[in-house]
Design a protein around this ligand. Structure first.
Ligand code: ADE
Length: 236
């Protein structure tokens, strides 16, 4: 049962990787989600098992072949019979992943995730198989695999039963639209640094007020973009 992830990759040995331990690993064993990898090279038909070729128009690097990728995709999505799972292509050209999109994906049946290597994949494959292009941030990774791992990590922690009682969700950053306030635990003093007195006061009204104020200050300083969005959302 649960969320079904199918990852198309030239490096299936990169999975589950970090998703095999801790919270995600336990959830995988418990069946809250499943992970299947598909070796793209298995869908070549030539004797050299060629997955890429030189770019049309010339230039550096190699481009992953549309025909090979289509056979791999159609094998897992049942060809033209849609299985209801969105098809995601990880690329720095994509729309940046948001917590809102993560929530939508986690509420769905799963995802088919295509990991590119080299300069990328033939554009016609993206169009013809209706891939959603997703970036995890403004930097360049050597391939889509580590981005897929990041996206799955963000999804899996939201699946029913995975987080247990660790967090309500409502106080988290991006749920309130603010960065999180600082956290502390015992001892009361460490290397001459004290836990703020208000947190030891037992006055929960004052504690909430302090945390809110700290969250707002931090957001203003570090993420003026989030702060503006937060203020706009309060005005509505
Ligand atoms: N592949 C390479 N860089 C990437 C990024 N920033 N996000 C998603 N996929 C990528």
């Amino acid at each position: 049962g649960g969320f079904r992830a199918t990852v198309l990759t030239l490096y299936p040995e990169m999975f589950p990787g970090p998703l095999g331990v801790s919270l995600a690993g336990k959830a995988l064993v418990d069946g809250a989600w499943s992970l299947e990898t598909v070796q793209i090279r298995d869908f070549t038909t030539d004797k050299h098992r060629m997955v890429d070729d030189t770019p049309a128009g010339g230039g550096a690097g190699m481009v992953m072949k549309a025909d090979v990728l289509a056979r791999a995709v159609d094998h897992v999505s049942g060809g033209h019979v849609a299985d209801g799972r969105p098809k995601l292509y990880m690329t720095p050209r994509g729309k940046t992943l948001t917590q809102a999109r993560v929530r939508e994906l986690a509420a769905g049946p799963g995802a088919i995730m295509l990991c590119g290597r080299f300069e990328g994949v033939d554009e016609r494959l993206i169009e013809a198989r209706n891939f959603e292009e997703i970036s995890i941030g403004d930097y360049i990774l050597s391939g889509g695999e580590t981005a897929a791992i990041v996206i799955l990590d963000a999804i899996v922690r939201l699946l029913p039963g995975v987080m247990g009682n660790i967090m309500s969700g409502e106080t988290e950053s991006f749920e309130t639209g603010l960065l999180e306030h600082p956290h502390y635990t015992k001892p009361q003093e460490w290397e001459g640094r004290r836990i703020p007195d208000v947190l030891l006061s037992g006055n929960h009204g004052a504690i909430d007020k302090w945390r809110r104020s700290e969250a707002e200050q931090l957001t203003k300083e570090r993420r003026p973009d989030l702060w503006q969005a937060h203020r706009a959302s309060l005005k509505k």
